[in-house]
Design a protein around this ligand. Structure first.
Ligand code: G3P
Length: 217
């Protein structure tokens, strides 16, 4: 399963990329707004760091505006993936941009019918928001299972990019369901490394070795 960072923060990205497990980045207007400054320069820097699919979202809500912004974002770097919201205008813009060879990530997906429509218009990625569904007492991972099943039934090429991930269990469940990608906040990726028994086990190994070698750390 591919792992993306859901962040526009250069520090977080610079810490995680050298680990060799990051396959891409997703941003959204809120994440980029948090960073401030020149968003085009920031996106370019992120693409240079990650050298993988980097999603950047349009903020226009009409088709013409989305196409204009999408073509502009695509011009920033070869790794840019244009993100459009799942609206009728977003679906129409996705179809046109995809026909031009632009990779499109359809975001703000909350239902299997939305995911089906996005696949039918040639989306490269669909981003169902599992955390925001969980927030309203609806199982986000049930939606992932539905989408994975539907896409397999019809061999759609669209990849399932699990978004709004809140904890490592979302990642485990997504992987078990065969989702293609999880995009996670940096804190969730950090948490995926941690296990107390690993720390305790390493501590004991090192202590035993030092005692045997009569050396202190
Ligand atoms: O980037 C899209 C999505 O991952 C946002 O998630 O945490 O704002 O619900 P969140």
């Amino acid at each position: 399963m591919k792992l993306f960072i859901d962040s526009g923060n250069l520090k977080e990205i610079e810490i995680l990329v050298p680990l060799g497990i990051i396959d891409g980045i997703t941003t959204n207007p809120s994440l980029l707004a948090k960073e401030g400054g020149d968003y085009r320069a920031l996106l370019k820097r992120i693409c240079q760091l990650v050298k993988g699919p980097t999603s950047a979202e349009v903020v226009a809500t009409d088709v013409a505006g989305m196409l204009r912004e999408g073509r502009d974002l695509r011009g920033i770097d070869e790794h840019i993936v244009v993100k459009v919201p799942f609206t009728k205008a977003g679906v129409e813009a996705c179809k046109t941009l995809a026909s031009e060879g632009t990779r499109v990530n359809v975001t703000l997906c909350f239902s299997a019918t939305q995911a089906l429509i996005a696949a039918k218009v040639g989306a490269t990625y669909i981003s169902p928001f599992v955390g925001r569904l969980d927030d309203i007492a609806t199982s986000g991972m049930d939606l992932i299972q539905d989408i994975v099943d539907i896409y397999e039934n019809y061999q759609f090429k669209t990849e399932v990019l699990v978004a709004s991930v809140r904890h490592p269990i979302h990642v485990v469940q997504a992987a078990r369901m065969g989702a293609d990608i999880c995009t996670c906040p940096a804190a969730v990726i950090e948490a995926m490394f941690k296990h107390p028994l690993t720390d305790i086990g390493l501590e004991k190994f090192l202590k035993d070795w030092e005692k045997a070698q009569g050396v202190a750390r």
